[in-house]
Design a protein. Structure first.
Length: 435
């Protein structure tokens, strides 16, 4: 995490004080369950809560102890004993470090997912608002970067809305998958601790008991979580690249908001660059990069090892913090996006009507021409227009083979721009419902 791309609410989930608070809650809830089962005195469980519930854990002290013990959980438990006193001997009974570490990580990941889902809601709201603003704003659709057929700018934003709706559904599913708790002891057999302790802690922490753990929670859950973040990042990049292309000088159909006093270049005062979209492209690359170590973490040795631990210490905070920042930046970008319908129309007209070539092709076949001949007739009139040698409609009206099948009025009819938008309402209803 670096401050430039970090928002405080997400960062706070990964702060040491938050982590130690979660560790304490796991241990204290486990103590409650052990007390109910008669394993430890009930007064001891009450004392643990009373002494440490509102404590501020001394991070420097825990780090100092860890330098000697070389063990983070033991260092925490030692410091907790300094706070709680003699009753601390009843803490962590029958548990192993992974019970605390893995359950805590999953609490953090679910909290992070909740923030990311909220971020996605903001992106979706911005896309919906702007999509309806430009529902029928004509623009050119491009394939291979080349003019294809007309679309509307609202449809472009509707495509993105549908994609981010799927992203939200995936993240909700990934959150559910990673929201498990393991308090099963060494090698996951519950030999030293009753499964009811796990059930109690899981409920208290808003998680579900892990059906079977091997001292660690299976990492396929985490792999799916981070892979989901990677796919969401790819959707961020896809939309960011579209905006970058549309802001190119030769296109200029949309543009990032440029605020008063903003500077685009240290050398060229005229520049207005798509810096936010470019930034989102870079951030997306990083989020995707974190998915690979998460997948490699799945293959642990036997019942456990800690080869996953170092990677997770980095990818947990970095992936969630980075995507959180990116999604909020994207929402703001869309909300303030400058859109230029006049330039869209100008670009639509650049090819002199060639964007209607498919309609001519179909019309000719419906009037009896073979598809091969119809394609030939339309293409031979289109190519001169590509070279700037005439107007498509005029050339078609002069072509004797075309005129055998279509009258001037029938040719003109194929150049109706509105024809391409007759199903926009249907598409919008599919994406947005009846709103």
């Amino acid at each position: 995490m670096i401050p430039r791309y970090t928002r405080p609410e997400m960062a706070s989930i990964w702060e040491p004080q938050t982590r130690f608070k979660i560790w304490f809650e796991i241990e204290a809830h486990a103590a409650d369950a052990l007390a109910e089962l008669g394993v430890i005195p009930k007064e001891a469980a009450k004392t643990i809560w009373a002494k440490a519930k509102h404590a501020t854990f001394d991070v420097a002290r825990i780090d100092e102890i860890e330098r000697e013990t070389k063990h983070d959980v033991i260092a925490f438990l030692t410091h907790l004993a300094e706070i709680v006193g003699p009753e601390a001997r009843f803490v962590h009974q029958g548990m192993t470090s992974s019970d605390v570490l893995d359950t805590c990580l999953n609490v953090q990941l679910t909290r992070a997912a909740d923030l990311l889902i909220s971020d996605l809601n903001k992106v979706l709201a911005a896309l919906k608002k702007r999509a309806f603003e430009h529902k029928m704003t004509p623009t050119i659709g491009r394939s291979h970067g080349i003019h294809a057929e007309p679309v509307t700018f609202g449809l472009k934003l509707a495509y993105a809305h549908a994609e981010f709706s799927r992203a939200r559904e995936r993240l909700v599913a990934a959150r559910k998958e990673v929201a498990t708790c393991a308090i099963s002891g060494a090698v996951g057999t519950f030999a030293q601790i009753d499964p009811r302790v796990e059930e109690h802690v899981a409920k208290a922490m808003g998680l579900e008991p892990e059906p079977i753990s091997t001292q660690v929670i299976p990492r396929d859950r985490h792999a799916m979580y981070f892979a989901t973040l990677g796919v969401i990042a790819s959707s961020v990049e896809r939309l960011a690249i579209e905006i970058r292309h549309l802001q190119r000088t030769e296109v200029l159909e949309a543009e990032e908001f440029f605020s008063e006093g903003q500077k685009g270049s240290s050398a060229m005062p005229h520049k207005r660059n798509p810096v936010l979209s470019e930034n989102l492209t870079g951030l997306s690359r990083m989020v995707r990069a974190y998915a690979m170590p998460a997948m490699e973490n799945v293959a642990l040795w036997h019942e456990r090892d800690i080869s996953h631990s170092s990677a997770e210490r980095m990818i947990g905070p970095d992936a969630t913090v980075t995507l959180d920042f990116a999604l909020m930046r994207l929402a703001g970008l869309i909300e303030k996006l400058l859109i230029y319908p006049a330039n869209m129309q100008k670009n639509l007209d650049r090819l002199g009507g060639l964007v209607h070539s498919q309609r001519l092709l179909i019309a000719l076949t419906q009037k009896g021409a073979s598809r091969e001949d119809a394609y030939k007739y339309v293409q031979r009139n289109a190519m001169p227009v590509w070279r700037g040698e005439g107007d498509f409609q005029t050339l078609l009206k002069k072509d004797p083979d075309v005129k055998k099948h279509l009258s001037d009025a029938e040719i003109e009819e194929q150049f109706d721009l509105g024809y391409h938008f007759k199903h926009v309402d249907t598409i919008f209803k599919r994406v947005f419902g009846e709103s």
